[in-house]
Design a protein around this ligand. Structure first.
Ligand code: NAX
Ligand code: ADP
Ligand code: K
Length: 489
């Protein structure tokens, strides 16, 4: 998995990479700019209007200048807005690219800037080299850039946004942020949603060894990381190998949560799924999911099951005793969601009974009840890490860019998923997937990573044709396609 480094570490990373690869810094800038242009062309933006590029004096501006030259060579009309005083203030590579600009590109001093409205503005003013608070002249530039009415694309980070802390002042509000190598930590904080817009991360061929000596506990989970985490089943596998899972949840009026969870576990690959609920509700489950079995009353013989998921739609009234009894009987890692988490919040004495390496899946509200309230998401991530380490549990903090905190202190940020997944029941689908992987014998860490990634990918696939019409059942229907796309048998 790709380490996520701080803005300060990026300089060190660059020099390590240049040393190990033999590439020059100018070539690296060219690679990054070409990666951007390739992405840009794939988006199919209209080529009728000029591309306006606001360039600063550092290497972020250098990227902007190189991109301008590359787009101009593809017959785009390009206008460069100079957000720096003179050529003397340019970084070495920015100057090199400034001197390579063809005559056909218009260069306009920032004071004389007049936007061509409704087109595209590329923000290459400030990147990870931003230090301290913005200088007054930079604030003015950012305010002016934010007056633009068309599409804004920020390079690496929206200008003004610090790369790894929460923003205090002004920053560019982008529609897209195209970051290089890994997402800078601040790009995944919900506080910055209106600045970052859609997040895109492009590979620029940095050699892996360059990351080795740079410390970070944050990692980025991407498509290529996932196939090796999966268990391969052989042709003699039988349904017992695929896991016998028990899902405990549902209550009158909330049976849908358990049904979604059961369908999701089956689609993920579980061999046998049993739903445990109140006697009065079992007909609903048996009708809705004929592939699942039903159980009610006390949980008979918990040891029979390979994995258990507990909580979706369960309610909290009169559940604590059953939960305690179950935790005393069942010693393998489990998945706890929704009301299972609420029960833990209300009965903290249950927490030490939760088997080590169990997976807890709170959204921010459940997290606040369970772990405490945080001033901002960065502080929340710190608390999540502390909770996972202290209790030897895996904490999946759900949201855009779900963060998986592992008992050894690593925190893995998921790259898959999108806003269309913000729909009732999508968390229940995740619980079914996670429990299914545990049931198939996956190490809990791999179950968490695979479950979260495939869930997000299924959301992406389903939303292609559904957009805001997507419902949780659509995510379940897209699970098979995730295996096809990742070539998992
Ligand atoms: N490995 C990577 O990630 C690569 C990074 N590249 C680019 O290089 C950028 C980093 O370049 P640099 O290190 O030159 O830094 P930047 O270009 O991000 O920032 C430096 C500029 O910001 C100004 N500045 C700093 N603090 C300020 C403040 N408080 N108020 C106003 N202005 C301020 C400086 O005067 C300087 O002009 C990245 O963001 C990325 O765009 C690419 O060129 C290639 C590879
Ligand atoms: N904006 C978003 N971008 C990506 N994923 C999202 C977004 N909003 C929600 N999700 C995902 O959808 C799921 C919602 O779960 P949850 O909040 O428990 O919903 P519910 O209780 O309705 O099932 C989580 O896995 C979360 O990561
Ligand atoms: K920028």
């Amino acid at each position: 998995m790709q380490k996520i480094l701080s803005g300060v570490q990026v300089k060190e990373l660059d020099s390590q990479h240049l040393k190990l690869s033999g590439q020059s810094s100018h070539e690296l800038m060219e690679t990054a700019s070409k990666a951007f242009v390739k992405w840009f062309l794939d988006q199919g933006f209209s080529s009728d209007l000029p591309i306006q590029i606001a360039c600063g004096a550092g290497n972020n501006g250098g990227d902007g200048l190189a991109i301008g030259r590359l787009l101009s060579a593809l017959s785009y009309e390009v206008i460069i807005f100079k957000c720096f005083d003179s050529k003397d203030s340019l970084s070495e590579d920015a100057l090199l690219n400034f001197n390579k600009l063809p005559e056909s590109i218009q260069i306009v001093d920032f004071e004389n800037l007049r936007f061509v409205e409704k087109g595209i503005l590329i923000d290459a003013f400030l990147g990870v080299g931003l230090k301290g608070e913005l200088r007054p002249d930079a604030i003015k530039i950012i305010q002016k850039l934010n007056d633009y009415q068309g599409t804004v694309i920020s390079i690496d980070v929206p200008s003004g946004l610090p790369s790894d802390i929460v923003l205090k002042g002004e920053a560019v509000k982008a529609d897209f942020t195209v970051s290089f190598a890994f997402p800078k930590l601040s790009l995944i904080l919900p506080e910055h949603a209106e600045y970052v817009g859609e997040l895109v991360v492009l590979k620029i061929g940095l050699v892996e060894e360059a990351f080795m000596d740079l410390d970070s506990t944050f990692y980025y989970l991407e498509t290529l990381d996932v196939p090796p985490l999966h268990t391969v089943f052989n042709r003699f596998s039988y349904k017992g190998d695929m896991g016998k899972v028990l899902l405990v949840g549902g209550s009158p009026g909330k049976m849908g949560a358990l049904i979604l969870c059961a369908k999701s576990a089956l689609r993920t690959g579980s061999g046998l799924v049993t739903c445990h609920m109140e006697d009065s509700e079992r007909v609903i489950v048996q009708t809705a999911v004929p592939e699942a079995m039903a159980s009610w009353g006390l949980i008979p013989n918990p040891e029979f099951y390979d994995a258990v998921g507990i909580g979706p739609g369960w309610g909290t009234e009169n559940r604590a005793r059953l939960f305690r009894q179950f935790l005393q009987d069942f010693k393998k890692p489990i998945v706890i969601d929704a009301d299972g988490l609420n029960l833990l919040s209300r009965n903290p004495d249950l927490l030490p009974l939760v088997p080590k390496n169990s997976i807890l899946t709170p959204h921010i509200g459940e997290f606040t009840r369970l772990v405490g309230s945080a001033e901002n998401h960065l502080e929340r991530l710190k608390m999540a890490k502390g909770f996972a380490v202290e209790n030897e549990l895996i904490l999946v903090l759900k949201g855009a860019n779900t963060v998986i905190s592992l008992p050894d202190g690593r925190q893995v940020i998921n790259s898959s998923g999108n806003k269309y997944m913000a729909t009732g029941g999508s968390g229940d689908v995740l619980t079914g997937m996670l429990t299914s992987y545990l049931g198939m014998g996956y190490f809990p860490e791999n179950a968490a990573l695979c479950g979260v990634f495939h869930h997000g990918l299924a959301g992406e696939i389903a939303s292609k044709s559904k957009r805001r019409s997507m419902i949780a059942s659509d995510i379940i229907a897209a699970i098979p396609e995730t295996y096809i796309q990742l070539n998992i048998s």
